[in-house]
Design a protein around this ligand. Sequence first.
Ligand code: FE2
Length: 427
Amino acid sequence: MGDLLFRDVTLADGRTGIDVLVQDGRIAGIGPSLPAPAGAELVDGGGQLLSPPFVDAHFHMDATLSYGLPRVNRSGTLLEGIALWGELKPTLTQEAIAERALRYCDWAVARGLLAIRSHVDVCDDRLLAVEALLDVKRRVAPYLDLQLVAFPQDGVLRSPNALANLRRALQMGVDVVGGIPHFERTMADGAESVRLLCELAAEQGRPVDMHCDESDDPLSRHIETLAFHTQRLGLHGRVTGSHLTSMHSMDNYYASKLIPLIAEAGVHAVANPLINITLQGRHDSYPRRRGMTRVPELMAAGVNVAFGHDCVMDPWYSLGSGDMLEVAQMGLHVAQMTSQAQMRACFDAVTVNGAKVLGLAEYGIAVGHPADLVLLQARDPVEAIRLRAARRLVVRRGNVIARSAPATATLQLEGRPAEVDWMLPRC
Ligand code: FE2
């Protein structure tokens, strides 16, 4: 592994004209005009943004790239997606799951996405998907951090062997306790599932990440129970509420009481903008709800909010390519987060905030941290979102693992060939 010296890059915190030196797989220096060690490969940053890698805080790698198997989701609803996944499950093989997951990991790396928390369904007694994704996790470890959540898709109480399977999955090496309280048969069962899963996590020293209130029902309030048990068991900072879409439809007075509770409990929130805007509001006529949780309000209260991709070409979603800038762009639009500070916060939601959800140690561009870096064809995080910027270079532990040509086009107008410049002129 040779040394690398990035010349003249911009960092996400706004510093410009910075050099970043990489030695022995770690960041060895950050500052203006660093001396180049003999033999170091020089990368001319040209003022472009050097970012830590993208992080996807919520994904389903066992279902990805299965679009159309055995059929497409006709209604476009969450519930038909779950039913469709149930039809697909008996036909799955470990090899097919692993092959699709590995293919998706290639897409992710090309997009500079180097850390993913994926839920894995544990309701199939064979635990094929668990075996497959544990194998994938080992195989991609040199270039991608894959964290797995034991996810009882059909309900830990509603599905006969789900709790036993979930325990087995944890023993096999799955990292995080999952749940889906809104899919249990009753509100009381949902609350009970939150209690028992939080206690299991506390017992085993595991983090928790529940699909929570993925519904348009304003009375789906399992996030309150999740925050309560987080506080009761002292799990602050180790618990994540994913989706939280019912908060979109809640009464404002109740939300004003709930959000401080989430903040006090140190519960992370994950919104999945592409999927929430697509699946929610399907029972509405007009006006049709957006369904994404209250991202700016949660952030303003001090809650760590990350964005997840959730699905790519599976029973729930027919698009996607592992591009967390697409996710950030959708989140920005749906939440109307259009100020400069809010747009930057959307970039954080697919980088540093996601790293906090996953509990990644040594994440970010700092001396001594592993050299995990993405050079983007943009001058700052807002421009990166606007352009869904090309990932010129993706670096993992000091090694270049992906390169992309710059996005460009040559105009043939009025006999004056010219390169398109997507940037606003600097004034
Ligand atoms: Fe999900």
